[in-house]
Design a protein around this ligand. Structure first.
Ligand code: 4NP
Length: 159
């Protein structure tokens, strides 16, 4: 089993949408039982809350159901439980790097590296309008495709 954790600030916009999108692609590829996906925030404002209504709307527009997801924060245990901890922006990444234990062997990096966009964030759409959510969907989709290719390679190498 490979485990992927998406990390953003509030866990109500970017990371739960990425979680729903990757899970959808894994299910379509018949790989849902080989890759586990989760998401969290580095902030605690929205613990226990469903994703932002604008994220749910943008996700539903692409056939993704993220209604059941609930916000949670990053824990120390996440560094041992997950193989990939993928940050949405540089602030989230800085938190991951600061809290990462020395013995952690996971891949910790920016999610958009998998879209071929190195050093590029998924802009935080929370304080903007619906357009920001559409741009977010485009970026998440590109990076999810790239991540799917890496996961396939890793699964093939291990089977
Ligand atoms: P997210 O967006 O990190 O993509 O979930 C945000 C959600 C909430 C807040 C900031 C960003 N907030 O400040 O409450």
């Amino acid at each position: 089993m490979i485990r992927v954790l998406f990390v953003c600030l509030g866990n109500i916009c970017r990371s739960p949408t990425a979680e729903g999108m990757l899970r959808h692609k894994l299910e379509a590829a018949g790989l849902a039982d080989r890759v586990e996906v989760d998401s969290c925030g580095v902030g605690a404002w929205h613990v226990g809350e469903p994703p932002d209504p604008r994220a749910r709307k943008a996700a539903a527009g692409r056939g993704l159901d993220i209604e059941h997801l609930r916000g949670r924060t990053l824990t120390a245990n996440d560094f041992a439980s997950f193989d990939y901890l993928l940050a949405m922006d540089h602030d989230n990444l800085a938190v991951l790097q600061r809290r990462r234990p020395a013995e952690c062997r996971a891949h910790v990096g920016l999610f958009l590296d998998f879209a071929g966009l190195s050093d590029t964030p998924v802009p935080d759409p929370y304080f903007g309008g619906e357009r920001g959510f559409e741009e977010m969907m485009e970026l998440l989709d590109r990076a999810s495709e790239g991540l799917m290719a890496s996961l396939r390679e890793r699964l093939e190498a291990s089977s």
